[in-house]
Design a protein around this ligand. Sequence first.
Ligand SMILES: NC(=O)c1ccc[n+]([C@@H]2O[C@H](COP(=O)([O-])OP(=O)(O)OC[C@H]3O[C@@H](n4cnc5c(N)ncnc54)[C@H](OP(=O)(O)O)[C@@H]3O)[C@@H](O)[C@H]2O)c1
Length: 213
Amino acid sequence: MKLAIIGAGNVGGTLGVAWAQKAGHDVFFGVRDPKSEKVQGLLGKLGGKAKAGTVAEAAAFADVIVLATPWPAAQAAIGAMGDLKGKLILDSTNLLARGPDGISLEIGHTTSAGEKVQGWAAGASVFKTLNSTGFGNMANPVYNGVKSVMFVAGDDAANKPKAIDLVGQLGFEVIDAGPLRNARLLEAHAMLWIDLAVARGQGRDFAFAVVRR
Ligand SMILES: NC(=O)c1ccc[n+]([C@@H]2O[C@H](COP(=O)([O-])OP(=O)(O)OC[C@H]3O[C@@H](n4cnc5c(N)ncnc54)[C@H](OP(=O)(O)O)[C@@H]3O)[C@@H](O)[C@H]2O)c1
């Protein structure tokens, strides 16, 4: 599959490498500076199999676009993607505010970053996913033989299996978390992981998994 990864930082870089190496996908990083040391390092790691260019070039190349920029850059990045008709967007962003009492969701709980992204990305189908654990877990989601969990929320039922399959190829157990409005739940869930990691001494090497009877 042709994948565009917009933003080649912790999350974008990790996902691009994992999808190229574990599943053989064609990865195109959409970045501000394709010649930067960071981006060239990623391309080197992938042995020339991946490409890097502008956000517009990456989006035009791909069937599936992963939004992995900081939130403040998200709207401009989507605006730069060009025609999004028929494309899938996996939205990994979190819109967090940091205050004296810790983190909170900057836009509250009656909407979500995922829904905002859908509002900007006319013609595309947005799925909220890959936002609720650390990038280290995206590189290796398996703990002692148990897959950690990743959720996918989105309204496009016909294309949801494709989004779920892609996330599953990273090694997660993937659970359909319902419509895109449930991004509100997934973004709150992300805060729990971040709070535990950053403020409660858990560090980054832990993940949530689902067990069943
Ligand atoms: N870090 C995590 O563990 C984690 C986990 C889940 C979700 N998230 C979410 O994932 C997103 C990315 O986080 P991160 O930790 O990967 O951040 P990061 O390491 O700072 O990387 C962000 C990337 O976005 C690029 N970027 C910034 N503005 C851009 C623009 N206008 N167009 C294209 N690319 C642009 C940056 O490029 P330059 O190199 O040019 O600055 C950088 O490569 C955030 O929304 C975050 O909330 C993070």
